[in-house]
Design a protein around this ligand. Sequence first.
Ligand code: HEM
Length: 478
Amino acid sequence: MSGANRINMVPYIVVLPLVFVVLLFLGFFMRASQGEIINLPPDLFYALMTLHGLGMAGTAAVGGLAALLYLNARYVNINPKVGTILFVSYLITVVGLIVATLLGKFGPGWYVLYPLPFLSNGVWASWTAGVAVISLIFLGVAILIVQLELFRALVSRYGLKNSLGWQFLSGRGEYVPPIVIITMAGVVLPGILTTLVGAALLMLYFLKWINPELQLDPLLIKNMIFIWGHTLVNITMYMGIAVFYELMPEYTGRPWKSNKYVTLAWNATFFIVLLAVFHHLYMDFVQPLPFHITGQTFSYLATVPSTVVTVMGFIAQVYRSGIKWSFVPLAFFIGVTGWIVGGYAAVIDSTIVVNNQFHNTLWVPAHFHTYFLLGYYPILWAFLYYAAGSAQEAFAKFGLASYVIGGIGFVSMFYVAGALSVPRRYAEYSAFPIESLMNIAQALPKVAVIFIAYVIFGFLIMTFSTFAGMGQRTPSKA
Ligand code: HEM
């Protein structure tokens, strides 16, 4: 054991929930506008949508990396400066994106798909693209530094083969790393590879901003965006699962040991996460056919290894363990369930014949809101509550209940709209040529906002429970 845990979590515990609650309100306003309850001008809607999407995905990634730094410092020597670099870069990115979107109306959506950010469309000025790109470079570089530091730390303690769990496959090997290490090794490596693609992309965008004459290949840029973005959000989810593996035994009293099944599952995930990305390219008919076949095949395969070891492990942890269902394990249970439900909804959409119908409908936000709002984020909130050392159980559980009820109702409205072919990314639906579709598209958000209010209320209570209980107990291995 490496001993002292030196990653300071307090800045994350305070700032991440504050940013999140602002982003929740942006979501509330967008949905209220789609339901004609308020009237956001389209340029403002798209600026809010861009800030909301980039903010939610970025905050999730930063929270997951901070959690991994904190938990892995139990086993390996991590340089605590990387925690500070990550946090400061995150703040710079948040401020930069707020300036670009809220002041400059930068609104190409969180994909920032080429050439949209650079169009002189009369809505946002060229400087906004520059500010957004530079802000994202800060975050991208910080993410890369943290991933490299995690990789360095685990390889220098356990060696590459042992970190990947290969001693279980060969039957030889001195060290048996904890499960969090094997899981993390399987996700940090693809993270590093694809963050480098993201770095190249942002550099190209930066050059394009400096020299508008530069012409980039839109298809190449789209592929790079998805290799980076798809992998980043997937491994963010897996970071949540790694947190769950590491902390759950503290509530069941049973060790969650590494074994060959865990190794096989997370080694397989390494390839699956990289190859499933092709499901984002189905609509690009010029892509070679094998890309599409690879996308569908690996999206289906994604449902098996990590899910099976996680569910089986969870059952083995909980069954007759006498666990007391306090806030943290409850939130973990919700999170794993949300991850699986949202994941299967995504796999439905990754089926080519279904994607022909569902592509760019609200089915897509439905599935990713499920595994983020009800999957990953409950695990992150539970982790922050744990790291804060809070014991405000009654408030935390009450908040969680409201958050989950609200979340289920909110995403259900997205699913129904998606199944009825309501397109995504429409600031308003009044121009729909089919009146019946317009009516239902406008009615569903009216119901959704009630549930969103439950989410916001529940989240505020959960955050209160974390803040108010800070330092009430010492996290067990800290
Ligand atoms: C109750 C909480 C939330 C509400 C009310 C909300 C609301 C919305 C709405 C209305 C949209 C636009 C949908 C469309 O018409 O295309 C949207 C998009 C999006 N949301 Fe959320 N959201 C919430 C939580 C989250 C969370 C937790 C995440 C975490 C990843 C997230 C990430 C995104 C992303 C990435 C987009 C796509 C933005 C784009 O297309 O550029 N949201 N959200």
